[in-house]
Design a protein around this ligand. Sequence first.
Ligand code: COA
Ligand code: NAP
Length: 274
Amino acid sequence: MAIGFDFRDRTVVVIGGTSGINRGIAEAFAADGAKVAVASRSQDKVDDTVAALTEQGAARAMGTAFDVRDAEAVAAGLAGIHDALGDFDVLISGAAGNFPALTSEMSVNAFRTVIEIDLVGTVHVMKASYPFLKRPGASIINISAPQAYLPYEGQAHVCAAKAGVDQITRTLSLEWGGEGIRVNSVVPGFIDGTEGAKRLAPTEEIRQEILSGVPLGRMGVPQDVANMCLFLGSDMASYVSGCVINVDGAVYQRGSGHLGQKMGDMLRAMTASR
Ligand code: COA
Ligand code: NAP
């Protein structure tokens, strides 16, 4: 569905924008005429995405490779984007890592890895972008997850990290609001076909289980999340800040109990069979 926002002359930066949901977001802004930059670890994924953004209609498209865990690399990468495209009108921070693992079975380094990508990585991106944000008018969108407020077995690392991301959103909406910078989180539900969904629903049986619990009766697609980001990035959302917004087909209203338990049972069975 074409929404018809106009992002010509706007600079949109999507961190972790080279696959899945975040790439869908980057492509949506490109289709509405923005100058779009993406970043992630893999130069090949960056190059492939930049080609697609140009094809989608981006006024300009560029990308750079860095790991969000490396503060200096993030700062250098964002400075390069700013040199090329100017002040950031929209910044989307969505780089993340996830794998299902029971806390008792997970090394401390495994836990730390997700915290460092999702949470500390977000801090690196926020701090490095700060000097480059359009004032007034910039819109920051952090990509969160239902784990931020629903506990799922096998997801303690992600639950802790994404809860932190949402608190960064709320805090920065206070600290930076006076400069005309808006900060919001978007919480995707289960977005079909993505890496995150594949990791949490590794079998068709679990996927069907998840689907049966979505009140709107279908899985999400990247465009669903992109539509919310287009709105939040536009002037129509100029009085919206400090919000954590679900784009999840109302699945939050069901809570996490059954699915969380199913995932825990699956992981315990895997542990027992080793
Ligand atoms: N279960 C338990 N521990 C796991 C694991 C799993 N499935 N996968 C990785 N780990 C552990 C590793 O064993 C390692 O711990 P150790 O040093 O104690 O052995 C630690 O996590 C880091 O793993 P490593 O492979 O070195 O990390 P990386 O930096 O190369 O990759 C990940 C980061 C693990 C998050 C990787 O899955 C990734 O790159 N993910 C990005 C894509 C993604 O997750 N998409 C979904 C987003 S929702
Ligand atoms: P994905 O395709 O794996 O996307 C993750 C992106 O982040 C990729 O571009 C990846 O590229 C990049 N990335 C990962 N680690 C990085 C690092 N250390 N430094 C820099 N970039 C890194 O996953 P997805 O499922 O679409 O998820 C996207 C976002 O939505 C995540 O924030 C996730 O938590 C959230 N989310 C997803 C779902 C879902 O159903 N999929 C549900 C709720 C929330 P490289 O590999 O090149 O680094």
